[in-house]
Design a protein around this ligand. Structure first.
Ligand SMILES: CSC[C@H]1O[C@H](OP(=O)(O)O)[C@H](O)[C@@H]1O
Length: 387
């Protein structure tokens, strides 16, 4: 399958992606984001000129998705270094902006280690900033390349699991080019199946409460020309029961060393349904999502988000797309004062995962040794250090 989604680059040959790019206008470097809170109604850009603005964009999911958070975090360190902000303080703010996606801390660490190494080698602030930016661009390129490789490995896996014909694939949350330096993770596999004429339908879980599926995956599926249908999360069970799901494809935010998978809340029930209905449950994630430092599920911090995301429907964001603009006139759907349980993720045990697809290949069944074999960072030098 031709790599028709090769990394896009700007006029200077540097990587750009739909969701995020680095720019250097006369007034100083900026990070330009496609504001995902406004999709699909508006393709509005959010320009971050400093690290607090980027941290706010991460916290409010203007920029989101584990692999892209790693890219954004690395560029955030570069922004601090090139603009003369406190790099160590900025790195700590960025690394802790959201707790579950290990990619974020890893991307921040890649850039801050490059910055520290340059200073240690005697470079001045400018050269050290350039080193941080070069590291961020490397993180961006590597993620884009990982996307293409995962699409290929995932396509081949589904061809093996579901030989012949066209398939109905269910996906949860959003895992396309809006979460990646390239074409995404699970959605990239679905796109490859579609481009081979083998996708009968993409079932798109709306993914309450922030509706990444209904808003973002539907947006990406429409642009890709896919046949897709949005469903409420609680309708998935009856879809499995009717035999209309041939495979589940999802992404991940952190994969523990034993293969436990943290992903958008609602993923675990899909894994149980898939097992009960003998349907492959496939996780697609780059090795930057695998965290050998977290032994198992007990070590994964699941982000708890504000209750109003459950008890209210947000109104439109203010006209000026400044970072963090609170929605205007949200509509309450629960009585005033209602409490809400709003974990952003849940954890699927490895025994319910049919396969994990990475850029280095597929592990199935999921084992600690198999994952380490594919994603051992000590070999590739992308080990995670403390920040
Ligand atoms: C493949 S990373 C996409 C991953 O990130 C999403 O979380 P969020 O929208 O909160 O950033 C979700 O877990 C997706 O699977």
């Amino acid at each position: 399958m031709a790599d028709q989604h090769a990394l896009r680059t700007d006029a200077t040959g540097y990587p750009v992606s739909a969701a995020l790019r680095w720019e250097e206008p006369p007034e100083g470097p900026v990070i330009v984001l496609l504001d995902q809170r406004r999709l699909p109604a508006e393709e509005a850009e959010l320009v971050c000129t400093d690290v607090p603005a980027l941290v706010e964009a991460i916290r409010t999911l203007a920029v989101r998705g584990a692999p892209l958070l790693g890219v954004a975090g690395a560029y955030g360190v570069a922004l601090a270094a090139v603009r003369g902000f406190d790099v160590e303080e900025s790195a700590a703010m960025l690394a802790h902006a959201r707790p579950t996606a290990v990619n974020l801390a890893l991307g921040v660490d890649r850039a801050v280690e490059a910055y520290r190494a340059a200073l240690k080698a005697g470079a001045g602030a400018r050269r050290a900033g350039e080193a941080a930016l070069a590291a961020a661009r490397a993180v961006h390129r590597e993620d884009a390349r990982a996307s293409s490789l995962m699409a290929r490995h995932g396509f081949d896996l589904l061809d093996e699991l579901l030989p012949g014909g066209a398939h109905q694939i269910l996906t949860h949350c959003n895992t396309g080019s809006l979460v990646s330096g390239g074409e995404g993770t699970a959605f990239g596999v679905a796109r490859a199946v579609h481009e081979a004429g083998r996708l009968r339908r993409l079932w798109v879980d709306e993914t309450r409460p922030l509706l990444q599926g209904a808003r973002l995956t539907a947006y990406e599926a429409a642009r890709a020309g896919m046949a897709y249908t949005v469903l409420t999360d609680n309708a998935a069970g009856s879809l499995f029961a009717s035999g209309e799901v041939d495979a589940v494809l999802i992404g991940a935010d952190r994969i523990a060393a034993d293969g436990a998978v943290a992903n958008k809340v609602g993923s675990y029930p899909l894994a149980v349904l898939a097992r009960y209905h003998h349907v492959p449950f496939v996780v697609v994630a780059p090795c930057t999502t695998v965290d050998p430092g977290t032994e198992d599920a007990t070590g994964i911090e699941v982000e708890q988000r504000p209750g109003h995301e459950v008890t209210e429907f947000p109104g439109p964001l203010p006209a000026a797309p400044e970072a963090g603009g609170a929605p205007v006139a949200s509509v309450a759907v629960a009585p005033p004062g209602a409490q809400a349980y709003n974990p952003a993720f849940d954890i699927t045990p490895p025994e319910l995962v049919t396969a994990i697809v990475t850029e280095n290949g597929v592990v199935s069944p999921v084992t600690k040794g198999g994952l380490a074999e594919l994603c051992d960072r000590s070999r590739s030098g992308n080990g995670m250090m403390s920040i």
